[in-house]
Ligand binder design. Structure first.
Ligand SMILES: Nc1nc2c(ncn2[C@@H]2O[C@H](COP(=O)(O)OP(=O)(O)OP(=O)(O)O)[C@@H](O)[C@H]2O)c(=O)[nH]1
Ligand SMILES: [Mg+2]
Length: 218
């Protein structure tokens, strides 16, 4: 039909989503743990949807959300599981722990018990036999008057080699950082992690976070 010389069709324009998918470096599974009402869902709502709800709605089953981020030149899909804090709504199996690449353990800075219970959430991970779990500790509601002194938290973090970040989902303070810091921690080479942890013994928690994270301030 005489069309042997016709030009090949130009490649179809890629949607940004497709481009991101092609460049996706890895999916990282992150599990958020902590007592009831510490602000797990509020952090996720703010991180994924840029929203904050003043009214408390108890989480009754695992709430899984995803967000794509670019960190240190790589693109990651974060698959984030928000676990009910209430014992009676706890998931029946432990996949949220065994299959996670890393964990955010949240406590409420205005609620001392929720800080004391961090140890319990650490044990939940340890008892599943996760080797060298990547955990970032997050103190929530820093817009309110604190009931847990920073020195005490830092002492705990040094003892347990944890990075620590204080956030407010209500006031949008540092709400991205836990996810970027944990992503860096999960994807870092073992040699980098060990130097990060050594640093951590010597410097205030937030400067470690600054070193780790090539991210926005919020
Ligand atoms: N002032 C203030 N309130 C907050 C903040 N984050 C969460 N809250 C409030 O704390 C309450 C509990 O927050 P949630 O995110 O629902 O708590 P949760 O940890 O998901 O609780 P469970 O689902 O029961 O495990 C809600 O009323 C939120 O509006 C914050 O940064 N500042
Ligand atoms: Mg919740």
């Amino acid at each position: 039909m005489g069309n042997g010389t016709s030009k090949k069709t130009a490649p179809s324009k890629q949607t940004p989503q497709k481009a991101v998918r092609r460049g996706l470096d890895k999916t990282l599974s992150i599990t958020i743990l902590g007592d009831p009402k510490v602000g797990k869902t509020a952090l996720l709502d703010q991180f994924v949807d840029n929203t904050f709800f003043k009214a408390y709605a108890v989480t009754k089953k695992i709430n899984i959300r995803t967000r794509i981020i670019e960190n240190e030149g790589k693109i990651y899909r974060l698959m984030i599981s928000d676990i009910p804090g209430e014992e009676k709504f706890k998931p029946k199996n432990n996949e949220h722990i065994t299959l996670a690449h890393g964990y955010l353990i949240l406590f409420d800075l205005t609620n001392r018990d929720s800080f004391t219970h961090v140890e319990k959430w650490m044990d939940e991970i340890k008892k599943e036999g996760v080797l060298s779990p990547k955990i970032v500790l997050v103190g929530t509601k820093c817009d309110l008057t604190r009931a847990v002194p920073l020195e005490e938290i830092q002492e705990y973090c040094t003892k347990n080699s944890l990075s620590y970040i204080e956030i407010s989902s209500k006031k949008k303070i540092k709400i991205h950082r836990p996810f970027f810091v944990l992503s860096s921690y999960i994807t870092a080479a073992p040699s980098v992690i060990s130097s990060v942890l050594q640093n951590h013994q010597q410097t205030p928690a937030d400067s470690i976070i600054h070193n780790l994270s090539a991210t926005p301030n919020s």
